[in-house]
Design a protein around this ligand. Structure first.
Ligand code: ADP
Length: 463
């Protein structure tokens, strides 16, 4: 499916082997892209992942620490040492772990490795939600109403800012991520408690107490734009995705394109995103996340890395995003312009999690039996197999089922069939919940907002 996006480079590739500083399905995905490009792979793993098949399938592998992520996948020194010992030329951080850590990107480049991602400065600017908002305002990208500065300490000044925005407001940690470090404040009386709680959470979880405040939008959808940029000033956007199906601010189902968004409304936003990339000298893949309400887009944050949901864009745009990411890291210029990007059909992704379908408590154990769906327009990205032991140490994502069909209704039907054909024995998964969701009429009609899933779950519990 990959199209020739890059012109030939006179200088040749900057590396011929990639260390994948990650685990699970994304490690498998990156390995596949490397193999397709003829690039060698190095796997690093914790003791819990030592027996994983993808670890053994890599050209080389090294165990870098105990099961705890803090001592393995988040251990910068161990990863850089592994890269040196194995002679890797580049490091792919995947998503999560060190993927948005500017100190790691900097350390990797200083140690002589190509970091497959933007430079440390771009990660630092966009990783801090306040400086990202400032950069976006400067680039003409529309943002959620609220100041592009950190909340001051003085109580009276804070009260005035919230009053000027108008309640409800949302307090957010500048360094927040993963749906954490956010608190909605419905009325003035609850402001100071919300700030105190969020600040403490931010200090503990993100290492910085900086907070900011913005308008809490009541019924938005989450729509995001995927960009791809080379190091020669070329940038394209690859259409849009809708990730409104969320539980606790975390995405559960994603689709591309976002249903019901007129091309003339989204096109200027996509153009503003690539313009912002050129302005900040952004390199690699990235995602601009927006809230969309009453036909208007409001920037919330940028992810400076590959995202979990990148496959829905791959299937609609017909572009292998991970291969392109590796190629731009090799210094190759993009060969396609925006006019060449032509998204077709409709795609859905379901995140298959090892968790109880009712309580959502994570589940660990050995997979005793497994069936994946097959057939036209169905893709499964996973690292698990029969006999695989799902460990309690990491994120509960065990697979992604992605479908593609000419229309949204057909893609939904394909997903229903795919979920019906999937069987994971030995642990609990969220598959029964996903099957029920794909039978829901409002979801089928499209354009549901970010609060829909929580309401749907509450309603189901009371029935
Ligand atoms: P994270 O970095 O933790 O993913 P985001 O800033 O991307 O945080 O926000 C995650 C989700 O939180 C959004 O998709 C949306 O559901 C909700 N959210 C964030 N900001 C607002 C806002 N201003 N109004 C309403 N909902 C919001």
């Amino acid at each position: 499916m990959s199209q020739p996006l890059h012109k030939n480079s006179a200088t040749g590739p900057r590396f011929d082997s990639v260390l994948i500083a990650n685990r699970g399905e994304i490690a498998v995905r990156i390995q596949r892209a490397c193999r397709d490009l003829g690039v060698k792979t190095v796997a690093v793993c914790s003791e819990a992942d030592r027996e994983a098949l993808y670890v053994k399938a890599a050209d080389r592998f090294l165990c870098i620490g105990p099961s705890s992520a803090a001592k393995s996948y988040l251990n910068m020194d161990a990863i850089l040492l592994a890269a040196r010992l194995t002679g890797a030329g580049a490091i792919h951080p995947g998503y999560g772990f060190l993927s948005e850590n500017s100190a790691f990107a900097d350390a990797a480049e200083k140690a002589g490795f190509v970091f497959i991602g933007p430079d440390a400065k771009s990660i630092a600017t966009m990783g801090d939600k306040i400086s990202a908002k400032r950069a976006m305002i400067a680039a003409g990208v529309p943002c959620v109403p609220g100041p592009d500065t950190a909340l001051p300490e003085e109580a009276v000044a804070v009260e005035q800012i919230a009053l000027d925005i108008g309640y409800p407001v949302i307090i957010k940690a500048a360094g927040g991520g993963g749906g954490r470090g956010m608190r909605v404040v419905p009325e003035a009386g609850l402001l100071h408690d919300a700030i105190a709680l969020t600040r403490e959470e931010a200090r503990q979880a993100f290492g910085s107490p900086a907070l900011y405040v913005e308008k809490f939008l009541q019924h938005p959808r989450h729509i995001e734009i995927q960009v791809l940029c080379d190091s020669h000033g070329n940038a394209v956007w690859l259409g849009h995705r809708d990730c409104s199906m969320q539980r606790r601010h975390q995405k559960v189902v994603e689709e591309a394109p976002a249903p019901g968004v007129a091309p003339e409304i989204i096109a200027p936003v996509g153009e503003a995103c690539v313009q912002a990339c050129r302005q900040i000298g952004y390199r690699g893949v990235g995602t601009f996340e927006f809230l969309y309400e009453d036909n208007a887009f409001y920037f919330i944050e940028m992810n400076t890395r590959l995202q979990v949901e990148h496959p829905v864009t791959e299937l609609t745009a017909g572009i292998d995003i991970v291969q392109e990411q590796i190629k731009v890291a090799q210094g190759l210029p993009l060969a396609l312009t925006q006019a060449d990007i032509n998204c077709k059909g409709h795609s859905f992704e379901c995140r298959i999690n090892a968790e109880d379908p009712e309580s959502f408590m994570s589940s660990a154990g050995v997979i005793t039996g497994l069936d994946w769906p097959m057939g036209e327009g169905v893709r499964v990205d996973t690292h698990i197999h029969a006999g695989y032991k799902v460990s309690p140490y990491y994120d509960s994502l065990i697979a992604k089922i992605i479908v593609h069909a000419p229309t949204r209704a057909q893609a939904m039907e394909t997903m229903r069939g795919a979920l019906a054909a999937t069987r994971v024995d030995g642990i609990s998964t969220n598959i029964p919940f996903l099957r029920a969701l794909f039978e829901d009429r409002s979801f089928a009609d499209g354009e549901t907002d970010i609060h829909y899933l929580e309401k749907w779950l509450t309603l189901r519990r009371t029935l």
